[in-house]
Design a protein around this ligand. Structure first.
Ligand code: IPM
Ligand code: MG
Length: 360
């Protein structure tokens, strides 16, 4: 590798984001050195912490910085402190605003089980052993962003509305992404919709089927979302890549994460044509925030994804995964992945262990 300098904007956000992100930044520094790239980092506010400081969950300075970065590393946003705020300034709006403004339409959420954690899954070992599912979630459309939206009227007359909407080009670009992801994996793509009830998702099914013509080497199937939710816990090994809309993807990726033992293990990459953001799939976990209890592995694995997808160094991702595997072999467990009675370590100590494994 050359001496290229890259800029990463670091957004710890709220709750445990403040604890897990520093551990991931340590790993990022080690990997940069090892692979001969110089990374400069710049930290900015987002979410509730940004709201407290500046009255908005997505300050202009944060967004502008992200637009000049090669990649963004995000922790988590949200917490009970901000739940009473108007939707327009909730912490979650900061995250959704980033996704929308940076046009991060493709969210890759890989659910892979580290064999050491077979016992941490709530499912039987034979069901989860060896699972390796990639959920490709559309991230800038659907009921998350559709209008009209909101609650009108008062008392008995109150009426709430959200709008599920997709255009054909929006479906086409996420479908292409998913076929491309499937092409370099197991060549099997399952598209998830609710085409028996929702017209928007019937359009989804039709467009995905049309795009399939360009990817004859990938085997395509379709599944209704209720069945997909059931199949994920019944026999998850039937899946290679799943592609679905924003809201179904939100739900199914949380479900998929539990196959791997803990939601604290799942990284993600949010990709667009120009920008990229890397974030764990879990939230800010206010109940354990500030107690050094959080699992930093999802964020650390997200750094691995950054090296692969933004810096084009797939080897680095494999090295990060190997380091995680090493510390799991050594018995290092944060509370969320510990079996009953197993000793646990904190967030910082887990970071120390992974850093040590990488530094050997
Ligand atoms: C996720 C989260 C977010 C989402 C929240 C925090 C807005 O659940 O990244 O899955 O719903 O997309
Ligand atoms: Mg979610």
């Amino acid at each position: 590798m050359g001496q290229a300098t890259r800029k990463v904007v670091v957004l710890p956000g709220d709750g445990i984001g403040q604890e897990i992100v520093p551990q991931a930044v340590r790993v990022m520094a080690i990997m940069a050195k090892r692979h001969g790239i110089t990374i400069t980092t710049e930290e900015h506010l987002v979410g509730g912490t940004a709201y407290d400081k500046s009255g908005t969950p997505l300050p202009t300075g944060t967004l502008e910085a992200c637009k000049t970065a090669d990649a963004v590393l995000l922790g988590a946003v949200g917490g009970p402190k901000w739940e009473k705020l108007d939707y327009s300034v909730r912490p979650e709006r900061g995250l959704l605003g980033l996704r929308k403004e940076l046009e991060l339409f493709a969210n890759l959420r890989p659910a892979r089980l580290f064999p050491q954690l077979v016992g941490a899954s709530s499912l039987k070992p034979e069901v989860v052993e060896g699972i390796d599912v990639m959920v490709v979630r559309e991230l800038t459309g659907d009921i998350y962003f559709g209008t009209p939206r909101g609650v009108t009227g008062a008392g008995d007359q109150r009426r709430g509305v959200n709008t599920m909407v997709y255009t054909a080009p929006e479906i086409e670009r996420i479908a292409r992404k998913a076929f491309e992801v499937a092409r370099v994996r197991g060549k099997k793509l399952c598209s998830v919709d609710k085409a028996n009830v929702l017209e928007t998702t019937e359009l989804w099914r039709n467009v995905v089927t049309e795009v399939h013509r360009d990817y004859p080497d990938v085997q395509l199937s379709h599944m209704y979302v209720d069945n997909a939710a059931m199949q994920l816990v019944r026999w998850p090994k039937q899946f290679d890549v799943m592609v679905t809309g924003n809201i179904f993807g939100d739900i199914l990726s949380d479900e998929a994460s539990m196959l791997t033992g803990s939601i604290g293990m799942l990284p993600s990459a949010s990709l667009g044509e120009r920008y990229a953001m890397y974030e764990p799939i879990h939230g800010s976990a206010p109940d354990i925030a500030g107690k050094d209890l959080a699992n930093p592995i999802a964020t650390i694995l997200s750094v691995g994804m950054m090296f692969r997808y933004t810096f084009g160094i797939a080897q680095a991702e494999a090295e990060v995964e190997a380091a995680v595997s090493t510390v799991l072999d050594q018995g290092a467990r944060t509370a969320d992945i510990a079996a009953k009675g197993e000793p646990t370590i904190g967030c910082k100590a887990m970071g120390d262990r992974i850093v040590a494994a990488l530094s050997r």
